[in-house]
Design a protein around this ligand. Structure first.
Ligand code: NAP
Length: 347
């Protein structure tokens, strides 16, 4: 298979490394420091305490550099907020009808891509393996529990061949789904946990879960997302390595005395020791955040169907204001009472 991966950072490079190692022809579109590193020493993947450099792939800085090549699959692994720009770059090239896989978090990427590439068959993908960037061209698989979920996201898109290809390329558990939105929202449920709250408070998730009021806030936001899913007719699905329906049941039914310790172990273990992704973007000073496609998506969908999602609205608007510089982050760093007051739960 000839694969073009646009936006190769942690996930795109991991995906490309595995496919190239399985004998596929891989081209990565990535930032200049990555291109330089990969061209000089190959793409490094650290796992099980050793680094394997893959030299059997191509790295280029722009989609325009690959015009003229033929591909069987286009994969978008940018952050969701960069999808529109990346897919418009693809649309300007000659590869706009190649099947497109969006391997990302958040809700809304497929709809953005449909606007830029209306004729491409679209596949939705979620990945539950944590991958960390060590330096440009060098990544680490931070935990081995997980895999990839795939679903058709447009008429005519086929997942079966890709499922078979990925099963032969050492990606862990590969599952396919009938409804891509159920898969996406189920991943959103996982990504909401220990993400916006630790980011706003600039405090690691394990410290957040030590505080019962903050745990209550996370639980309330999670239950709002479940209510939106229910109203949209979506049921949570099991994701590779993660029994999301069981989590959803526990979050909405179990007493906090039982749930709280379970929750701490579940999140801290699953993240492979990483600070949450929203925090990484904030400290990079990107002024863009996937919170728009996580808590923001919950709040937005809730508004459209006239359902309340006040916790998600508050978390989204607070983090968005910090990201854009309208609110000083220092006002919230290490100050849970400020966030609790902002969501309407004063001490
Ligand atoms: N990392 C994980 O463990 C993990 C796990 C599951 C899911 N995810 C999800 O997977 C998606 C990708 O995450 P990631 O961690 O791989 O992000 P990442 O490391 O930031 O990789 C994305 C890369 O794409 C680059 N990029 C953006 N627009 C581009 C363009 N038009 N052309 C070329 N390069 C472009 C970015 O460069 P700049 O930063 O310079 O803009 C960045 O290097 C996200 O939705 C994330 O939430 C991540």
């Amino acid at each position: 298979m000839r694969v073009l991966i646009v936006g190769a950072g942690a996930i795109g490079s991991f995906f490309g490394h595995r496919l190239a190692s399985a004998g596929h022809a891989v081209t990565l579109v990535c930032r200049a420091p990555w291109v330089k590193a990969i061209q000089s020493q190959g793409l490094g993947l650290e796992e099980k305490n050793r680094v394997l450099f893959q030299t059997n792939l191509t790295a280029v800085p722009n989609v325009a550099d690959v015009t003229g090549n033929a591909f069987d699959l286009l994969v978008c692994t940018t952050k969701v907020y960069d999808t529109a720009q990346a897919m418009h770059q693809v649309a300007r090239s000659a590869i706009g009808r190649v099947p497109l896989l969006l391997l990302q978090n958040g809700v809304g990427g497929e709809e953005i891509a449909a606007g830029a590439l209306p004729q491409a068959p679209r596949l939705a993908g979620v990945i539950t393996l944590p991958v960390k960037v060590l330096s440009p061209g060098l990544i680490r698989l931070a935990a081995t529990r997980g895999g990839i979920g795939l679903a058709a996201a447009s008429p005519g898109a086929q997942v079966d061949d890709l499922v078979a290809t990925l099963r032969q390329a050492d990606f862990g558990e590969i599952r396919s789904y009938v409804d891509y939105r159920a898969m996406r929202w189920s991943k959103l449920l996982l990504n909401m946990l220990g993400n916006a709250v630790p980011t706003i408070l600039d405090t690691p998730p394990d410290k957040i879960y030590g505080q019962r009021r903050l745990f209550d806030l996370e639980q309330a936001a999670f239950c709002e997302a479940l209510a939106v899913m229910r109203a949209l007719g979506l049921k949570s699905v099991r994701l590779p390595g993660y029994p999301v329906p069981l989590l959803a049941w526990g979050m909405s039914r179990l007493p906090a005395t039982v749930l709280h310790p379970l929750f701490r172990r579940f999140i801290v273990g699953g993240r492979g020791g990483k600070m949450p992704s929203l925090h990484l973007d904030l400290i990079k000073g990107k002024q863009k955040s996937e919170v728009d496609f996580l808590n923001g998506a919950v709040a937005g969908h809730a508004r459209r169907i006239q359902l309340g999602a006040p916790m998600n609205h508050a978390l989204h608007s607070t983090l968005q204001a910090i990201v854009s510089g309208d609110l000083p982050w220092a006002e919230f760093q290490g100050q849970p009472q400020k966030l609790l007051a902002r969501v309407g739960w004063p001490a």
